[in-house]
Design a binder for this molecule. Structure first.
Ligand SMILES: [Zn+2]
Length: 218
């Protein structure tokens, strides 16, 4: 809960230029790079991402992930839903973070994003998945990350599900979540993520790094 208190005490300032007022100012918004097109991971029928995970977008995600900053989360969810194509699934859920991370921060940033997305598209947001203790994807060796996290269904899943996550690289987390949802009855699973890591050739060398532990998630 400390993170919530901190985010409510410190005023909003644009991560690109430091200007106070909005989660991202209109000038810096034009500098955010859209996500590169990528095929959906196995088990996912369609996958959209709002931004490329670099520069300002990377800092926006960090503010959601480490601080749970409410206004920034709402802004990011608003940007995400503009990419969603119909038909809209009946229920929204998210790729859960590890229990340790959730305890440490006092919230699950993917859940915060999912609830904001659900509100915007007028669909219920439900906790359909649970995650095994294991290590968070951040900081793991590439080979281990490709295997994906241990994710299991918590309950029977609806036929169509919108799966939310923050950052995706190889799609192993989305794939693991899709397998769990399918085993619980889901038929059509689409994913919407805040950011997708850029292709190696497009990665911007001078992108600002912010916060701590900004390792890449799957
Ligand atoms: Zn700015």
């Amino acid at each position: 809960m400390l993170a919530r208190i901190v985010s409510s005490v410190f005023p909003l300032e644009c991560p690109g230029c430091g200007r106070p007022g909005d989660p991202v100012c209109t000038d810096c918004l034009t500098r955010i790079v859209p996500a590169a097109i990528a095929p959906p991971p196995d088990g996912i029928d369609a996958w959209w991402a709002a931004f490329s995970y670099e520069g300002i977008a990377r800092e926006v995600v960090a503010r959601v992930k480490y601080r749970g900053a409410h206004a920034v989360t709402a802004w990011l969810a608003g940007a995400m839903v503009t990419h969603l194509a119909p038909p809209v699934p009946s229920v929204v859920t998210w790729v859960p973070t590890t229990p340790d991370r959730r305890r440490e921060r006092g919230f699950d940033h993917a859940e915060l994003l999912a609830r904001q997305v659900g509100r915007r598209i007028a669909r219920p947001t439900r906790r359909l998945l649970s995650r095994g203790p294991g290590l968070p994807q951040t900081g793991q060796a590439a080979a281990a990350r490709r295997l994906g996290p241990t994710i299991a269904p918590r309950t029977i899943a609806p036929a169509t599900v919108l799966l939310i996550d923050d950052v995706t690289t190889t799609g192993a987390s989305l794939h693991a979540a899709a397998v769990a949802l399918q085993s619980a009855g889901a038929v059509r699973i689409v994913a919407l993520t805040a950011a997708r890591t850029p292709l190696p050739s497009r990665s911007s060398a001078g992108a600002p790094r912010a916060g701590r532990d900004l390792g890449t998630r799957l």
